[in-house]
Design a protein around this ligand. Structure first.
Ligand code: GRF
Length: 211
């Protein structure tokens, strides 16, 4: 059984997708043991409560400085003893100490096809604003392992989504969530829970399903 901790900051629709896929058996051999948010007002915390999942808020506002927050986040994660940490709309720069402690066990969902529209300044709606400003015809989402960089770790899954005439950033964000994020993030967790993911440097390999 893969014990999963999900880190959130906002609406929690990706968290909800994971909850629902575990519930309907699409994700096997995994359970969410804790939800952690940096934002006390995150609706994702309400979603955790409705699903009877333990949740905790570790807010930077409650600490004297960033180092104290980083230490508290690491402590909370270690106490949760996860096999996998999932960053699902988590708008926090992951502290080096967390990557060192859990390297290879942290995945993130990014709402674009990395290496496009990622890195500094590309988060939430800003990603889709960049996509529309550049005029690309295809965007999508990426699940990648987290390393010490920003959106720079080995890519695990990606799914493309078309950009349509008349798209606004909000319309595009919703399509990317519905058609890509909410599918590939649960799938990534399922594959990891089945032991079918190997990381080879910058490259990941998905092993065939065992008969
Ligand atoms: C999503 O677009 C996600 O890709 C980004 O944050 C947005 C909100 O995610 N990281 P959620 O609804 O909180 O899961």
């Amino acid at each position: 059984m893969l014990n999963v901790v999900v880190c959130v900051s906002g609406g929690g629709t990706n968290l909800q997708a994971i909850i629902d896929r575990i519930e309907d058996g699409t994700i096997q051999n995994a359970r969410i043991t804790k939800v952690i948010s940096n934002n006390p007002g995150a609706y994702a915390l309400k979603r955790a409560e409705m699903a009877a999942i333990e949740a905790e808020c570790v807010s930077p506002k409650n600490f004297v400085d960033r180092n104290a927050f980083n230490d508290a986040l690491l402590k909370t994660l270690k106490e949760a003893n996860p096999d996998l940490i999932v960053l699902a709309g988590f708008l926090v720069a992951i502290p080096t100490g967390v990557v060192e402690e859990f390297g290879g066990k942290i995945i993130n969902i990014h709402p674009a096809l990395i290496p496009s529209f990622c890195g500094k300044g590309y988060y939430g709606l800003k990603v889709h604003e960049g996509v529309l400003a550049r005029g690309v015809k295809v965007t999508g989402a990426t699940v990648h392992f987290v390393d010490e960089g920003l959106d720079s770790g080995p890519i695990l899954l990606q799914k493309a989504v078309s950009v349509e005439e008349g798209d606004t950033p909000e319309i595009l964000q919703r399509r990317v969530m519905e058609q890509a994020e909410w599918e590939i993030l649960p799938r990534a967790i399922h594959l990891i829970a089945q032991g079918r993911v190997q990381i080879d440097g910058r490259i990941t390999h998905i092993l065939p399903e065992q008969e």
